[in-house]
Design a protein around this ligand. Structure first.
Ligand code: FES
Ligand code: FES
Length: 159
């Protein structure tokens, strides 16, 4: 049995299922469908989650490699009781999404960026945010990241 945490809850998979991509496990076994399937080959970033605080493409990580890991998905980003993460608030205030399909992955990538670079410049954002958006929402994503970074700085909220 392989055990790890998803959104602060302990989960188990059998060794026989060890090759299953984390993306499949999240969506099909746990019903956490906020993490999206896009390309399936590690390129688009629609499936981005955090593994031990780092942004990772869940379609590329077999669950058999996750023993003891701590996974956070978009459903667990805010951390409790209906509160939103500052990035989620900024995403709504800037009205970032168009079709919306890529956006949970974008927010997870942005949350990892703000943890490592709390006040990123456009260069940091361009380098770090490699997720694709077919609708071309990149400029609004940048604006929302700056907005959330400013809010985190002024409010002293945890990211
Ligand atoms: S679905 Fe995982 S990177 Fe595209
Ligand atoms: S908002 Fe449509 S793919 Fe990004």
């Amino acid at each position: 049995m392989i055990q790890f945490d998803v959104n602060r809850r302990r989960v188990s998979v059998t060794e026989a299922d060890g090759d299953m991509p984390l993306l499949w496990f999240l969506r099909e076994s746990l019903g956490l469908t906020g993490t999206k399937y896009g390309c399936g080959i590690g390129l688009c970033g629609a499936c981005t989650v955090h593994i031990d605080g780092r942004a990772v493409r869940a379609c590329q990580r077999p669950v058999g490699t996750l023993a003891g890991a701590s996974i956070t998905t978009i459903e667990g980003l805010a951390g409790g009781a209906g509160a939103l993460h500052p990035l989620q608030r900024a995403w709504m205030e800037v009205d970032v999404p168009q079709c919306g399909y890529c956006q949970s992955g974008q927010i997870m990538a942005a949350a990892a960026l703000l943890k490592s670079v709390p006040q990123p410049g456009n260069g940091d954002i361009n380098t770090h945010m490699t997720n694709l958006c077919r609708c071309g929402s990149y400029s609004r994503i940048r604006r929302a990241i700056h907005r959330a970074a400013g809010q985190l700085q002024s409010e002293g909220e945890p990211s």
